[in-house]
Ligand binder design. Structure first.
Ligand SMILES: Cc1ncc(COP(=O)(O)O)c(C=O)c1O
Length: 245
C-alpha cells in the first residue's frame, strides 16, 4: 500500500480517483477510497471469484480478524475482541441499543440531542416503539457555547432533572453542524448519573484522534467512508442498564 501517512488535501489528491473537473465538497455522505485501498479491494474480489468456498470458509474470517486488529490499534482499544464490523453507523447504533434494551427496565429514558443525525433519531424512535423499553428524550445542544464546559453543563443540568434517563447517544462530530463535542467529559458526567453512553462517531475516524478506552463510553460506533470499515466497541459495565436501578 502507498505510504500516505500524515498528508492531507492537495498533497494526497493523486491518491484518489475523484474527477479533477469538479470540486468535491461532500466527503461525509459518500466516500471515495484511496487508490491503494481500491486496488486491494479488487484483489480480494478476485480471490473470492477464484475460490468462493475457500474464501467464505477460511480467508474471510482471517481477513476480518486482521481488520479488527488494525482498527482496534487505530482507536486505542487494547483488545480486538471488543471491535466488530457492522453494516453501517446506523446499524452499529441499532445493535448497541438493542443489546442494551435486553438489560433495561421498561420505560427507561433514551437521550438523543437536537443535533443528532436524522437517521439515528429515527432509529432511536423506532427502537423505543418496537422494544417498548425506552422513552425518547432530546437535549438541546444548539450553539453558541463559550467553551466546551457549557456543553457538559447542559448535560449535567438535563440529567439532574431527568433521573429516568438510562442511555445517551452522543455524537463525536455532529452532522451537518460539524461540532466536535467533548465526548470524554460528557461520558464522565453521564456515568456520574449512572447513564450508559453510545458514541456516534460516524465522522470521527481519520479526522480526530480516537482513544475509546480514554473516552470510556460503553459503545463507540464509527465509520470511515474512505475505507468502508464499520466498527463498534462494547465494554458495558455496571450502570443503571445492568443494575436496573
Ligand atoms: C453523525 C452521523 N451518524 C450516523 C450517520 C449514518 O451513517 P450510515 O449511513 O453509515 O449509517 C451519519 C451519516 O452521514 C452521520 O453523519
Amino acid at each position: 500500500m502507498a505510504e500516505t501517512g500524515g498528508l492531507f488535501g492537495a498533497e494526497i489528491r493523486d491518491e484518489f480517483q475523484l474527477s479533477k473537473e469538479l470540486v468535491h465538497l461532500n466527503h461525509g455522505s459518500f466516500g471515495s477510497v484511496p487508490r491503494s485501498v481500491y486496488e486491494a479491494r479488487l484483489e480480494r474480489m478476485k480471490e473470492l471469484e477464484i475460490c468462493p468456498d475457500d474464501w467464505f470458509r477460511y480467508n474471510f474470517v482471517l481477513l476480518v480478524t486482521k481488520g479488527s486488529e488494525t482498527v482496534s490499534k487505530l482507536i486505542g482499544s487494547s483488545s480486538s475482541e471488543n471491535v466488530v464490523f457492522v453494516e453501517n453507523a446506523t446499524g452499529g447504533i441499532t445493535a448497541a441499543l438493542r443489546s442494551l434494551g435486553l438489560k433495561m427496565q421498561s420505560k427507561a429514558g433514551l437521550l438523543v440531542t437536537g443535533l443528532s443525525y436524522e437517521a439515528i433519531r429515527h432509529t432511536a424512535h423506532k427502537v423505543c416503539e418496537i422494544e417498548g423499553h425506552f422513552v425518547l428524550h432530546t437535549i438541546n445542544l444548539d450553539p453558541p457555547y463559550k467553551d466546551k464546559f457549557e456543553v457538559v453543563q447542559r448535560y449535567r443540568d438535563y440529567l439532574s432533572s431527568h433521573s429516568d434517563v438510562h442511555v445517551a447517544i452522543v455524537d463525536h462530530i455532529t452532522s451537518p453542524s460539524t461540532l466536535l463535542l467533548p465526548v470524554k467529559e460528557i461520558v464522565s458526567v453521564c456515568h456520574e448519573f449512572g447513564v450508559a453512553v453510545i458514541i456516534d462517531g460516524a465522522h470521527a475516524p481519520g479526522q480526530v484522534e480516537i482513544n475509546v478506552e480514554d473516552i470510556n463510553a460503553e459503545f463507540y460506533t464509527g465509520k470511515s467512508c474512505s475505507f468502508f470499515l464499520y466498527f463498534i466497541v462494547n465494554y458495558v459495565f455496571g450502570l443503571k442498564v445492568i443494575s436496573g436501578t
